[in-house]
Design a binder for this molecule. Structure first.
Ligand code: ARG
Length: 264
């Protein structure tokens, strides 16, 4: 597995574009740096390769690389951010992927699409989260570009506004979900494709436990899992590594938001 990460050089809580963000609740810069070091060290020690994106002072949310794009082989479909505060990141991502030898595609600019934050792969199909940031209309366009089946899932909870905050495919047949983030029909769709592990404890929601990276049988996620969820994951055969992510939660993201999957 190879991930794209971005150091928190200019990470700040400067605006409020999701319910986790509060300008009054500033990030502590020493902890921000320390948590990034722990996260990247944990990835490397788990056998995950990393590429680093260079942060840009104009964009305080760049640490959340998952939103830059979606990658399939050597093709990058670049994000069209909903909020003006992040829109400039698309051009930086586009230039980066071109330089790295990727073929680059954009959706029409009126179609919001926030990259892998809302678009996750399991086996040969992709799942699109829509309704909060990305638009449902992105689905058929992405399906045509990637030549893959795309299954849309409506997101209904403002705190779980990206698909990767409430839906984590752990392998081709198991997914960890926060059931309160989906409609009844969305849950039915999810159950058609997966065996589900449900996140039901408030403490797991507070740390955005679904916002994880799963490499083979290792799950890397934020610190503070409930005993109940830990034991469900262990029973399903997964090993959990918890890393402190308190500063990144202030911006509305955790482990998965801070990583864009370049190679799975
Ligand atoms: N502050 C960022 C935003 O609201 C957080 C992004 C979290 N990313 C994610 N993939 N869920 O856009």
């Amino acid at each position: 597995m190879k991930l794209l990460v971005c150091p928190p050089t200019y990470f700040r809580i400067e605006y409020e574009i999701n319910p986790w963000m509060s300008i009054a609740n500033k990030a502590d810069s020493a902890k921000v740096e320390e948590q990034y070091q722990t996260l990247t060290k944990t990835f490397l020690e788990s056998g995950i390769q990393l590429e680093e994106f260079k942060a840009d002072q104009r964009y305080p949310d760049m640490v959340y690389t998952a939103n830059y794009a979606v990658i399939q082989d050597k093709l990058a479909v670049i994000a069209n951010f909903k909020f003006p505060q992040r829109q400039g990141e698309s051009e930086l991502a586009e230039n980066y992927f071109k330089q790295q030898g990727y073929q680059v595609q954009r959706l029409p600019e009126e179609i919001f699409f926030e990259g892998e934050g809302d678009f996750l792969r399991s086996g040969n199909r992709w799942f699109l989260g829509y309704g909060k940031r990305s638009m449902q209309e992105a689905g058929p366009l992405l399906s045509a570009i990637l030549n893959k089946e795309v299954i849309p899932l409506e997101l209904v909870d403002p705190y779980f506004y990206h698909l990767d905050t409430c839906f984590a495919p752990l392998n081709e047949d198991t997914v960890l979900i926060n059931p309160g983030s989906f409609t009844e029909s969305g849950l039915k769709t999810i159950r058609k494709y997966f065996k589900t592990i449900l996140l039901t404890q408030p403490e797991d929601n507070q740390i955005m436990a679904c916002n994880l990276i799963c490499h083979d049988k290792i799950i890397i996620s934020g610190k503070g899992f409930s005993e109940k969820l830990k034991s469900s994951l262990h029973q399903a055969g997964f090993m959990l590594i918890e890393v402190p992510m308190s500063q990144y939660i202030k911006g509305g993201g955790s482990v998965k938001c801070c990583s864009l999957i370049l190679e799975s």
